[in-house]
Design a binder for this molecule. Structure first.
Ligand code: PLP
Length: 409
């Protein structure tokens, strides 16, 4: 058995991780065409329209709306779903703050439900426990490229007449029992910020899955100050408040080229993540990133969990040892479950105000979602890239096996 690198032995990772360029001449050509239009306004140019048409075709959905970010896409979906003052929206406590921003800007209240301990996604049972007569919608977060168990969640939603919004910011081309996530609920929300599977610098997309023209118009208008661009009267008929979350032609142009690369990016990320899981089966005290049967994960990152007692060392020692072997990783993900963030503990969304928290009585106490809290306390996150080689995957696995062998010999 070779000495761990952290104790001066040779590294398990013998070559640098694969890297590559995500932007190239394909994006440049689209950008030149966008500039040549002599307008960068989405409603006048062709690029955002093309990007949305391509996105809709790839996802097989009738209507798509562009947004300036993933956060904006979620706010747009909430607005289109009719989420308003005092409503409750049930969501996941392990997510990006962008999932919460739109809820609070609608002056609605986020309600946190608990997660499956190994998929890290919402469970229908926990969602059901959180329903009150104020509940308006469920915001499902498909974390890290992994499909949430949607059938039972859609059932709960139907029983209680709730809208379902899917946050797919981390989960492109990810299938749940054959259906792409983002096409199952009422709306799917995507982010094209610079850290996601594809990037337009910043940006987002909302899929409108109902096929209903009025639903599509409401969604489109909510992204654009509630300006009605479908008829003659753009401003006179503004029905109620909506933000300006428009995408520019420059983002649309880059998005067209990025979308063409998306299938290969997702296929490769899936192979990398599944390869790590396959290699790590059967290690005592280590739980791999669980993917539901018949579903995909297109791994925005890979996250395993450590049972310290069974594995034989602390999570921090494991993380340091893995880093020393040449495999970068982080203990945990976000600093705590979202409801323990200051904004919820102090119930202060708007500086100096208790609104909208004072409209209801929502629980943000520690211990509210025990599985979610335990996930963050025991997880190790390993970055995944579409540029990783098969040797990279093998050496990640070998590094973890080496650490396990050391502590379990
Ligand atoms: C990135 C992300 C968002 C927000 O997207 P932005 O484009 O950064 O606004 C929302 N939800 C999740 C789960 C994300 O990962």
């Amino acid at each position: 058995m070779s000495t761990l690198a952290v104790f001066g032995g040779p590294k398990a990772k013998t070559i640098p991780f694969g890297t590559g360029k995500r932007f190239g001449v394909e994006e440049a050509v689209e950008l030149m065409e966008a500039l040549d239009q002599q307008t960068l306004f989405y409603h006048s140019g062709k690029k955002v329209k093309q990007f949305l048409a391509d996105f809709g075709a790839m996802y097989g959905v009738p209507h798509t709306v562009a947004a300036s970010s993933g956060t904006a896409a979620i706010h747009i979906a909430l607005g289109a779903a009719g989420v308003s003052v005092g409503d409750e929206v049930i969501t996941s406590p392990i997510t990006d703050m962008g999932s919460l921003v739109g809820i609070l800007y609608q002056n609605a209240l986020p309600v946190f439900a608990d997660l499956d301990p190994h998929t890290y996604n919402l469970t229908a049972d926990s969602v059901r426990e959180r329903i009150t007569d104020r509940t308006k919608a469920i915001l499902v977060v498909h974390l890290a490229g992994n499909a949430t168990d949607m059938d039972p969640i859609m059932e709960v939603a139907k029983e209680h007449n709730l809208k379902v919004i899917e946050d797919c910011a981390q989960s492109y081309l990810c299938r749940y029992k054959g259906r792409l996530v983002g096409t199952i609920g009422d709306y799917g929300c995507f982010s094209t910020n610079d850290f996601k599977h594809i990037s337009t610098g910043d940006g987002g997309v909302v899929t409108v899955n109902s096929g209903d023209e009025q639903d599509y118009r409401r969604t489109h208008m909510f992204a654009d100050k509630n300006y009605n661009r479908f008829g003659e009267d753009i401003r006179g008929s503004i029905p109620y408040l909506a933000p300006n979350y428009r995408m520019t032609e420059l983002q649309g142009a880059v998005g067209i080229a990025q979308l063409q690369k998306l299938p290969n990016i997702c296929e490769r990320r899936q192979a990398v993540g599944d390869g790590i899981s396959a290699g790590l089966q059967g290690i005592r005290g280590l739980h791999t990133h669980r993917v539901l049967d018949g579903c995909d994960c297109t791994y925005w990152f890979y996250m395993l969990r450590l049972d310290e007692a069974a594995f034989g060392c602390s999570r921090e020692a494991f993380s340091e040892a893995l880093k020393a072997e040449g495999v970068s990783n982080q203990p945990g993900y976000i600093p705590s479950v979202v409801y323990l963030y200051r904004i919820f503990q102090e119930e202060e969304a708007y500086l100096g105000s208790r609104f909208p928290f004072d409209l209801g009585k929502v629980d943000y106490a520690p211990g509210l979602c025990p599985n979610a809290e335990a996930i963050l306390e025991t997880a190790i996150r390993i970055p995944v890239s579409e540029f990783y080689s098969d040797q990279d995957v093998r050496e990640i696995v070998e590094a973890v096996q080496k650490i396990a062998a050391h502590y379990q010999s």
